[in-house]
Design a protein around this ligand. Structure first.
Ligand code: 4AD
Length: 481
């Protein structure tokens, strides 16, 4: 809760975010005698009337997990007419004195001299003081930010976003905004949402197909699946850049790890190799995990208690120990020699499945590992071909509990090889002339990676379903809110 001592909106606020701050305030209050004048504004979490002529209101304003208890005495003018009719979810502004609490469960409480019912709420408010399932809450996405879990997720997500910007700025990366509407398919997977102003009922035709030359941009365009290609153009001018924005994938995968709209962080460095990229990815993850441990204390403790009992220990161990490095070929050998029966058989040339990645990090190595140099056939066209002609300079960062969390690579910086790779993937080099041009004038070795913000928040919190770490998830069949 935020306490407003200045009795006006927008005035100085003191937060009751941490236990330490609450204890400090309690000490001050005990010394000051009859408490301090304060205003609190928030939504009712619970309310009960005592026989002694009080209403006990638990109020929460979303600033932190902890509620504040407000005691409203029966002699308030609107006690019978409004206060005792106040339901869970109602919005109140309470003025009174902040005092050290005699009761259990809170160090301070507010003795109200005025309770203004700003927005009443009735018994049909769907969130009551009991555990609701995540499935139920997804159907009321507009109200679920008022639950403990979603509140903690959204606050942590906000802090992590700040940490991400801070990490890159401390290392002189420039924040670049790449386009959301684009004609490029960066991943070459064709999983894109078309953007058009053509009349879908009767589009103009050319050679039996919609004539995009008459569409808004005069070419077919869609929502971006990644800002990487445009990011490379900026890195080849500014040196070190990162993007952090929404990306869209029309994959019809209803899994607990896929969204159709998610936020991606994509750094790109020029004059850099795969080894530099791997080091950046490791430094980045450990920085964010340390930040979460230091700055998201109470919310993280909440996840540790109610969602995943290993959440804090997992972050602590990741901060403490360096990540290993290993080639894809070495990893396949370990898996083949493991004697394990995997659901998906392991063979050189096949993509690693989550079960393989988790075996490596959880059973065999017992720590995070960065795998490099994957077979050329299973990775994207833009990754640099190694001299063996069989592998590309790709990397995946694998962590216990999740498997792959980051994917990246050194980029192919030779125009002729890149053109050939595009053709191999069925892409028309003419459509990517500008991207090839970057290899014509001042090409340098360069590398970068991509990380989905929601996967990162999922990993930190231990939340099982990616739909519960974003306020309004977009998945097949779901875009109501
Ligand atoms: O591995 P991906 O497809 O890589 C790229 O897009 C590259 N252009 C990145 C780069 O090198 N600049 O996606 C990168 C990350 C994944 O590791 C995962 O964290 C996340 O994006 N991601 C998704 N997150 C949620 N829902 C989905 N459908 C996702 N697809 C990828």
């Amino acid at each position: 809760m935020h306490l407003n001592f200045a009795r006006r909106p927008g005035g100085p606020r003191v937060s009751l975010q941490s236990k330490m701050e609450r204890e400090l305030i309690k000490d001050l209050l005990i010394r000051s005698g009859d408490g301090a004048a304060v205003t609190v504004a928030g939504w009712v979490r619970t309310r009960r009337d005592s026989k002694g002529g009080f209403s006990f209101i638990e109020l929460n304003d979303g600033s932190c997990l902890k509620n504040i208890q407000v005691l409203a005495p029966a002699d308030l003018a609107n006690y019978e007419s409004e206060i005792v009719k106040t339901g869970v979810g109602a919005a109140l502004v309470c003025r009174g004195r902040l005092v050290a609490s005699q009761g259990k469960g809170q160090s301070v409480e507010v003795h109200a001299t005025e309770v203004q019912v700003v927005g009443q709420s009735d018994a049909e408010f769907p969130i009551q003081k009991k555990r609701h399932t995540f499935e139920f809450l997804r159907d009321i996405a507009h109200l679920r930010p008022r639950t403990n879990t979603l509140g903690a997720v959204l606050r942590l997500r906000s802090q992590i976003s700040f940490a991400i910007h801070q990490f890159f700025h401390e290392r002189s990366f420039h924040y670049i905004h790449t386009p959301i509407i684009t004609g490029n398919d960066c991943e070459g997977a064709g999983q894109m949402f078309r953007v058009t102003t053509l009349d879908l009922a009767r589009p103009p035709q050319a050679n039996g197909a919609p004539d995009y030359a008459r569409d808004f941009f005069h070419i077919p365009v869609h929502l971006t699946v990644s800002g990487q290609l445009e990011g490379e153009a900026c890195a080849l001018a500014l040196g070190r850049i990162y993007t952090f924005g929404p990306t869209f994938r029309a994959e019809n995968s209803n899994t607990s790890r896929h969204l159709a709209e998610f936020w991606m962080i994509e750094p790109e460095m020029s004059f850099a190799t795969l080894a530099d990229d791997a080091q950046l990815a490791e430094d980045f993850l450990r920085y964010v995990f340390r930040f979460a441990l230091e700055r998201c204390g109470e919310d993280l403790e909440f996840f540790n208690e109610w969602v995943d009992k290993t959440a804090i220990a997992r972050l602590e161990s990741l901060v403490a120990e360096p990540f290993l490095r290993m080639t894809y070929t070495e990893a396949v050998a370990i898996l083949e020699q493991s004697g394990r029966k995997f659901e998906f058989p392991v063979a050189w040339g096949k993509d690693l499945q989550s079960e393989h990645e988790r075996y490596l990090t959880e059973v065999h190595l017992k720590r995070p590992v960065i795998l490099t140099d994957y077979p050329r056939e299973i990775k994207a066209f833009y990754m640099k071909l190694n001299d063996d002609g069989k592998t590309v300079r790709a990397m995946d960062v694998l962590v216990p509990g999740v498997g792959e969390i980051i994917g990246g690579s050194e980029r192919e910086d030779r125009a002729d090889v890149l053109g050939e790779r595009m053709r191999e993937f069925g892409l028309e080099p003419e459509h990517y002339q500008w991207y090839l041009d970057l290899r014509r004038w001042g090409s340098t070795p360069h590398a970068g990676f991509g990380l989905g913000l929601e996967r990162l928040v999922q990993f930190i919190t231990g939340m099982e379903n990616i739909r519960d770490v974003t306020a309004f998830p977009r998945t097949p069949g779901h875009a109501k809110f």
